[in-house]
Design a protein around this ligand. Structure first.
Ligand SMILES: [Zn+2]
Length: 336
């Protein structure tokens, strides 16, 4: 019935619709204008998430009390030089043109745009939005070599004992989730959640919570659901072309965790946030911030996978107090 009504509405109003007088070139230009802002905004969010993510990864990798107990090293270390690559051949016309506007250069169909991430060695050597014809990774020296403007730039990668990678997706959806790829685990942070959590302490808690799901083995039990192959297809080289991001967003099956697993991820999430030097009192209110500031329609998926209620809030407050009293995570587990 609804369809019939809709059909009539469209039919009746069709004759009164005024065709907007713009040419396809003008429309393309406007689309590019929008895409430029999206790419720039995405890179800002990527920088923000990377600052937080590496801070957490470095802090927990260095924490002796977690080694062999909470953190089980990967068979081989995860080498990361802190550069993200946009693969030009994967882009559509609009995005290709948008990147030409941002770089101020005519770009070929093949090659990479390089985006250095803060607090990693690459930042001083490579300017954001540089074009590289190609790059490769020396597996013995653990060095990436980029060909930028005919010059070779070598960047030594940093080794992490745990293989967790992160992506920031262009999606406006409010969500973040952990999943498993061919070469290891990864966390996807949607831009929507960055927007509604402007406080770094709170975003750090969300990221730590997802890391905790991985490190506590919650995903292993549901590998069948979460195994997404081909995402990290290039191995160590990480393609961040927009099409890849879209695949992750749509292929990513949100894991449903048990209540106990959620509690555990909350506990270690707050603990990791604390180890990384954030304010855990503020951090523990991340879900309250989301629930009170973001539109309900955008929150459905998030709260379906992260149920939040008074009990959870009360538990988080307790964890904050235990950590503030100076208790170690072993003590807290033993006593509570
Ligand atoms: Zn969770």
């Amino acid at each position: 019935m609804k369809k019939i009504i809709l059909f009539f509405i469209c039919f009746v109003f069709a004759c009164t619709t005024v065709k907007i007088p713009v040419t396809s070139e003008e429309k393309f230009e406007a689309e590019v204008e929008i895409a430029v802002e999206e790419w720039k905004g995405w890179y800002n969010d990527l920088r923000r998430v990377s600052n937080i993510f590496y801070k957490i990864l470095k802090s927990i990798s260095a924490e002796e009390s977690l080694k062999g107990k909470i953190i089980f090293p990967s068979k081989k270390p995860f080498w990361d030089d802190g550069i993200r690559h946009i693969e030009l051949k994967k882009l559509n016309k609009i995005d290709h043109k948008a990147l030409e506007v941002i770089t101020g250069k005519m770009l070929p169909k093949d090659g990479y745009i390089l985006l250095p991430l803060p607090s990693m060695p690459a930042e001083v050597l490579i300017k954001p939005w540089s074009f590289a014809k190609k790059f490769n990774f020396d597996k013995e020296k653990h060095t990436f070599t980029y060909l930028v403007n005919g010059k070779e730039i070598k960047i030594k990668a940093v080794a992490f004992p745990i293989w967790i990678h992160f992506f920031v997706s262009m999606s406006r959806e409010i969500n973040a989730y952990a999943s498993k790829g061919k070469n290891g685990y990864f966390i996807v942070i949607h831009r929507g959640i960055c927007h509604f959590l402007p406080d770094d302490n709170q975003l750090a808690f969300v990221i730590s919570h997802e890391i905790a799901h991985i490190l506590r083995g919650h995903l292993k039990k549901r590998v069948g659901v979460n195994l997404i192959t081909g995402i990290l297809a290039t191995g160590i080289a990480i393609a961040t072309g927009i099409s890849d991001l879209a695949n992750i967003v749509y292929a990513g099956v949100m894991a449903k965790y048990s209540r106990d697993q959620e509690r555990e991820a909350d506990f270690f999430g707050l603990y990791f946030t604390y180890l990384s030097g954030y304010n855990i009192e503020l951090a523990s209110k991340a879900f309250i911030t989301l629930g009170s500031s973001a539109p309900r329609s955008l929150l459905e998926n998030f709260f379906a996978t992260h149920p939040y209620d008074a009990e959870r809030r009360a538990y988080l407050k307790k964890v904050v107090n235990w950590i503030k009293e100076g208790k170690t995570w072993q003590q807290i587990i033993r006593e509570h």
